[in-house]
Write a protein that binds this ligand. Sequence first.
Ligand SMILES: *Cc1c(COP(=O)(O)O)cnc(C)c1O
Length: 235
Amino acid sequence: MSERRTELAERAAEVRETLAEAARRAGRAPGDITLVAVSKFHAASDVRALAGAGQADFGENYVQEALAKREALADLGLNWHFIGGLQSNKARFVVGNFCLVHSVDSHKLAQALHKKASELGVVQDILIQVNGAGEAQKSGITEENLIPLAEAVLGMGGVRLVGLMTLPPFFDDPARARPVFARLRELRDALEARLGHRLPHLSMGMTGDFVPAVEEGATLVRIGTRIFGARPRRT
Ligand SMILES: *Cc1c(COP(=O)(O)O)cnc(C)c1O
């Protein structure tokens, strides 16, 4: 086994252990939380190495980079998650290539995904990204626009809404992200009741704040740095 593979496997195992402890503290089953290893800017060889240690879910932010890795690693049958900002004119490259798009934040984007999925005869699973911290946070839809977007999405046969995602601003103290996570869960619960549609997933928590996220109900955590180390500069 290569040194890098051992290092990645150990780091992922540590994260899994911390995740499992947080889950148990919250009275949750560790198996209900999927660790999405965020591999943006990291080499396909790192993804291959970590996959060899049993990691199946990977997250990417940039369409071209993601598709190149997906193709290079097609033999592994990995689950690719699209977690970055997505322009609606690039939606067509994403549909069918990712098990889940975490970052749907507009009607226009949802419509573009729906249209492409309908052409391909597939259904694309999506999450709506919510801006849960007001102005400090740039990406995601505002709370007041969440219900209208969710209602519109339910009318689009090419996409299936399975939950919500949030990306809090960076806080030095991860405890400050907790209310943002708790709020996302509340919004999800209210939306489920209102729409009569199950929304099982909450995508929340990154390297710095995944413990409070799991304690507040995350089902998908997106972790990059803690597993792969600092991201190389983009070239
Ligand atoms: C990069 C990124 C992550 C991973 O961040 P780390 O702090 O490296 O764990 C998670 N979610 C999104 C949306 C990202 O862009």
